[in-house]
Ligand binder design. Structure first.
Ligand code: C5P
Length: 234
């Protein structure tokens, strides 16, 4: 059963915690990204775990292996249940990220998940100078194979790539899909899907932010997302 992750993209902890309060009891996962984490630091992760949420720390680490090992360990120690890094950091960095995850898990007794970002869902062919005949989906698939080979739990990808990634990397290799929209939104996302389409394509986690946080009733919008997800017979 796919899970919905609510992106808490807010500039301060009061706004993020108020939104978390409005959807509490309806979903399990929330996401702390660059904006919120940079404003608040790791205390927001603790606050959200204390509210009963599982927290995806979406800081998309990419640096030298030693630095990423430490960053992933620190995120897990702060309470992360899921962490991500950029697949383009390469094999040694991905292995180091896994070591950092294990170190953090040993310290905390948690079993967090580690994902690699393939190609951002805000990007399409026009954002990349790809060689003739190479598509965004090809690049995403290559990064997914690398992440699977390095023992990560899954990748962040668009729903459009999920089926091919599952075929290549196995059904247990998870796909986490942002860019989820109930209808065409005209914002910065490009490779988008509806909740039902993403579940049907095989995504295990769906990430949505603005379609829920900008809604008049975030609780009702969450319910609509969950209903659409549940309506898919796999
Ligand atoms: O508001 P919206 O639904 O577009 O939010 C999507 C969230 O998922 C944002 O927090 C964004 O940073 C994140 N994300 C993404 N694409 C990725 C990885 C994360 O949009 N590849």
């Amino acid at each position: 059963m796919a899970e919905l992750v609510l992106a808490l993209d807010f500039p301060d902890s009061d706004s993020a915690l108020a939104m978390a309060e409005r959807v509490k009891g309806r979903l399990t996962w929330v996401k702390v990204g660059l904006e919120l984490y940079t404003a608040t630091g790791p205390g927001i992760i603790t606050a959200l775990t204390e509210m009963g949420f599982k927290v995806f720390v979406d800081l998309k680490f990419m640096d030298i292996p030693n630095t990423v090992r430490g960053a992933v360990r620190s995120a897990v120690v702060a309470g992360a249940d899921m962490v991500n890094v950029h697949a383009c950091g390469g094999r040694r960095m991905l292995m180091a990220a896994r070591e950092g995850l294990s170190d953090g898990a040993q310290i905390t007794g948690r079993s967090p998940l580690l994902f690699a970002v393939t190609v951002l869902t805000s990007m399409d062919e026009t954002d990349l100078a790809l060689p003739e005949g190479v598509t965004v989906a090809d690049v995403a698939l290559g990064y997914a194979r690398l992440a699977a080979d390095c023992g990560l739990d899954g990748v962040v990808c668009s729903g459009h790539e999920a089926a091919a990634i599952k075929d290549a990397c196995g059904a247990d290799f998870m796909c986490l899909t942002p860019g989820i929209r109930l209808a065409a939104a005209g914002d910065d996302q490009r490779r988008v899907m509806t909740p039902a389409q993403a579940v049907a394509a095989g995504s295990d986690f769906l990430v949505a932010g603005r379609p829920i946080t900008d809604a008049d009733s975030p609780a009702e919008a969450t319910a609509v997302f969950l209903e659409q997800m549940a309506s898919v017979v796999l």
